[in-house]
Write a protein that binds this ligand. Sequence first.
Ligand code: IVH
Length: 747
Amino acid sequence: MAEKSVEQLNEAEASEELARLSVVLEQAEQAYHGADAPEVSDAEYDRLKRRNTAIEARFPELKRADSPTDRVGAAPSDGFGKVTHAVRMMSLANAFEDSDVVDFDAGLRRYLGLENSAPLAFTAEPKIDGLSLSLRYESGKLVQAATRGDGAVGENVTANALTIADIPQTIPNAPEVLEVRGEVYMSHADFADLNARQEARGGKTFANPRNAAAGSLRQLDSEITRDRPLRFFAYAWGDVSEALSETQMGAIKKLAAFGFQTNPLTRLCETPEAVLAHYRDIEAQRATLGYDIDGVVYKADDLGFQARLGFRSTTPRWAIAHKFPAELAWTRLEAIDIQVGRTGALSPVARLSPVTVGGVVVSNATLHNEDYIIGRDNTGQSIRGGKDIREGDWVQIYRAGDVIPKVADVDLSKRADDAVVYSFPTQCPECGSPAMREEGDSVRRCTGGLICPAQASEKMKHFVSRAAFDIDGLGAKQVEQFHSDEWIKEPADIFRLKERYGAGMQQLKNREGWGDKSADKLFAAIEDKRRIPLARLIFALGIRHVGEAAARDLANHFGTWEALVSALDASRAAVLAHRAADEAELAERSSAALDGRRPKITETRRAIITKCEVPDTSTEAWTDVTNIDGVGPVLVVSLSDALANEEERASIDRLLAQLDVQPAERPQNTESPVAGKTVVFTGSLEKMTRAEAKARAEALGAKVSGSVSKKTDIVVAGPGAGSKEKKALELGLTLLDEDGWLDLIGG
Ligand code: IVH
């Protein structure tokens, strides 16, 4: 049923609507703050909250005791210690229109008794889309970090905050008590990297940088947080033993002097017009900032005014968040196309009647996968109220920052009577091979492998991409052309291009778009890449789950292609057993979920692996490979499968015959006391980050591994090291603390 406007509601309806909104908003807040998985979009949340406020304004007597207007965030979850904030952590009132900003200025003047001509300056700064954190320093030392929680009580995340590089652990010359508040966030680039890493390890991927930041900060194991690239902008303060400044701008400068990152787009604006001009400026830069912002925050600059203005129940009177308009638009879904990717994934793409979304014309959007189209998420829960999406439907397009636009919603009232349920292909539209879905995979994949022209062509594009072979003059476009003309059917053909098409009947220089010079240049560029570093080769093969970082780790660990292949061949029996165990585990998990049991996963696993009678040598080889830092079982299974596939292996061998693969450069540092040793870092390190420790150890010729086994030589354990330290003691390995390690490697 269509929603009535606030003006149309009678008293009974208003009361009912307030009760409904209270529940809906509460659920949305829980999902957003508590579980790091938003259920309604930010724009819809804001709309519902505004509707609630408008109904309360029209029927003040109906305002509920549990009104959403009086709530901030969600109650802290169990698992972390609780922290009662010395000064409540507040939320911000919102402005959506320019006129709201003019009203804000007028309201403050009225409250303060200021003439229109009297100065009233504001700071204006981006509203960072992350999660707020309060840092308490006593005598200049970080003693506590707490999330906002419900504003009064938050979660103690001190151990995690200590792992974030942007957060100073000590501040010389700080006031005796200093609480600094700001936003923890993740940059777009780091978010993309993290998701790629997560995917390679078979871990959970995040929907957006905010969820990734929240999920990373709220880890019970701070070692996980340490591995996550979190950042922090300081923009406010709580309890302080002495005033930081007389102005907001002065206080922000002070925070910067204390060593915090403050947002470089913070400006002092003398008038509402200047404020709005800065808003437009930030809005124009939004897509290129490299991190998510969802509006601009204005604060009265004079701290004397701030003190006089004070707070409403959950928001300061002296500040307001001017939100960016949601980038949403409705249009017609002309058709659903299926694209086949490098690893065979069938991705549904919405072909749209072009529509402007947030200033950009959009004619394609993602529909994610098969389940998304029928109205389910990847856990099988219903989304969009279970509404499916059909060709010809009227759909809502959502675009956030520079990510691929997506189809967010569908308007059933505009659905044609003859619209048919979309049937997702079970055969690859490119090669006709069966397209299968493995248990636990939300993606349906073409099983054609290299015989699928789409997979082959995508693989080739990946092969020549920047981080892979990076051949000058041979980009995605050229590869696609050569591939469709069958000049290049597989990577090895690139290196035979000159031999085949450098002279004779069919010549590259005679092709349209090519000439003598450009052909020679391409041949030279290809020649140049015959010598290729091992890490690039491994990455270029385009094997599922093998990203750039993992390729580097594998190359550094094995040194040569031959060593990598023989380790994988040796572990094949174990790989098969583990895969069988994975499948059994998934089946067990889904049947247990169906009848509400908790599956006995480890037992199932162990039983299967034992039944497979894996030889010891294979088990050992498996442990060796999966032990490499950054290389998990999911990756090893995928890589091993690729190498065990006859066609794929033959194609790789043909490629290798054309190449001169450079072994990974192991520093020939035989003088280093750790050369050739296998080192495991565990617990928290205080003098360097994990990444830095690993890089230095590798530079000295050591191998860094993720878990302790009898092949480990040295375990470096910092505070908080747990089972790995214990195991090192049991196995009688060399156990060092951070200083001991630094002494060993000479500082
Ligand atoms: S000031 C007492 N400034 O937005 C006022 N908040 O919607 C404290 N936020 O809880 C907030 N960027 O998590 C402020 N530049 C900024 C901000 C900012 C993001 C967040 C903060 C706050 C929420 C309110």
